[in-house]
Design a binder for this molecule. Structure first.
Ligand SMILES: *Cc1c(COP(=O)(O)O)cnc(C)c1O
Length: 394
């Protein structure tokens, strides 16, 4: 069969299982009141939790960054692409997260590839929660083939099982052990048992890495994320990773930790070394974003109110919520086709809520992933709840 014949058959198969994915074309900036495919919609599906993706001060900082640095960085960080703007942002991120140093990566996906690749050698073992984000799974699989390390997965938040796996691994004491977990699970909204994870790792000579893509900016008194929320210092959580394209509203990612960790990443992370540095103007914009996220704690307070309101309303309707205290508030549906149909029905009424299906989530757990944003107001949530109620009755 030709390339096209082969692929068409495969695509047809995805459609039959309600697993085909389609992009919506948006016009104008990211906002809770947005335009998609020409229709005005109320969006409950972005990761722009603090509502900063179109903040005027951040946009202004980006424009000033372009005036100062132009558009492209022109090269990788280790060649000539590492600007003062990048460097200042790294220093600000280290200070914000209470770590010795921080290192910028172009995306969160690449940061995760870079961490495992720099730290794991032949025979070393990466331990991961089964519900971890695909980028961490891919990172470990890539390292299996690049360096001959191993990947072991444990059932979601099952720490006794992880403990057993760590103990089994302790037989050879030269083996490096890296435990990786989402801090806030991206499709469920629940949290890792971070304090117990930290203890378990310290007791078993394992290194703990948390991916705080959905906690940074949202959790902690000043928005410094899960490490701040649970008061985990650099000793207790040696590898802290978070992204800058979600709550921070810009783009990119970073890893924060000790001087030795950051130097090792600079020397050895292929996903850091062999790629062009992000545009310096983005770093300028992100510096402004950090400042706003840190200072405007009303955004986090507002989110907490909206979360409470949504959960109370949704449970009154008898909807199947998940164990989440974060702005990620999925409604469990189960069947792919039904989840897709409900998402389409909501969209007809002007609400954007994505249906999340396998392989992003386990089979039989398709869901509507509702996310809340500090720019939503009480009425927006009321309207969504009313639309969900109407759909139940129809
Ligand atoms: C979004 C996300 C990433 C990827 O970050 P990007 O900057 O979008 O590449 C990594 N980990 C988790 C948990 C995420 O949710």
């Amino acid at each position: 069969m030709s390339l096209d014949e082969t692929l068409q058959t495969e695509l047809q198969h995805l459609k039959q299982q309600s697993l085909y994915r389609q992009r919506k074309i948006s016009a104008g900036p990211q906002a809770v009141h947005a335009y998609h495919n020409g229709q005005k919609v109320l969006s409950f599906c972005s990761n722009d939790y603090l509502g900063l993706a179109n903040h005027p001060d951040i946009a202004k900082a980006l424009k000033q960054g372009i005036d100062e640095y132009g558009v492209g960085s022109g090269a990788a960080h280790l060649v000539s692409g590492h600007s003062r703007a990048h460097h200042e942002l790294e220093e600000a991120l280290a200070e914000y997260t209470g770590r010795s140093r921080a290192l910028l990566f172009s995306t969160g996906y690449m940061a995760n590839l870079g961490i495992v690749n720099a730290l794991m050698n032949k025979g070393d073992i990466v331990f991961q929660d089964k519900l971890n984000h695909a980028s961490m799974i891919d990172a470990a699989l890539l390292s299996v083939s690049l360096s001959g390390s191993q990947l072991k997965r444990y059932p979601h938040n099952d720490l006794p099982r992880l403990e057993q796996q760590l103990k089994d691994a302790n037989i050879a004491d030269q083996t490096r052990k890296l435990v990786m977990s989402d801090a806030v699970f991206s499709m469920d909204g629940d949290l890792a048992k971070v304090s117990q994870l930290s203890q378990l790792c310290q007791q078993n000579d394992a290194w703990l890495m948390l991916d705080d893509a959905h906690g940074f900016g949202v959790l902690g008194k000043t928005g410094a994320g899960t490490a701040e929320e649970y008061a985990l210092d650099q000793q207790q959580l040696p590898i802290y990773m978070a992204t800058l394209g979600k709550a921070m509203g810009v783009f990119g990612a970073f890893v924060a930790g000790s001087d030795a960790l950051i130097e090792t990443l600079i020397q050895k992370s292929r996903a850091y070394i062999y790629t062009t540095a992000m545009p310096p103007a983005l770093a300028k914009a992100t510096l402004m974003s950090l400042k706003i996220a840190q200072e405007q704690s009303w955004r986090r307070d507002k989110l907490q109110q909206l979360i409470k309101q949504f959960r109370a309303g949704a449970s009154q309707l008898g909807l199947s919520l998940m164990d989440s205290a974060t702005p990620i508030q999925p409604i469990l549906i189960g069947d792919n086709e039904q989840a897709l149909m409900m998402s389409q029905k909501l969209q007809q009424q002007g609400f954007l809520v994505t249906a999340i299906r396998p392989p992003t989530v386990p089979k039989g757990t398709a869901r509507l992933r509702v996310t809340l944003c500090a720019e939503h107001d009480e009425q927006d949530v009321e309207q969504l709840l009313a639309a969900l109620e109407k759909m139940q009755k129809s």
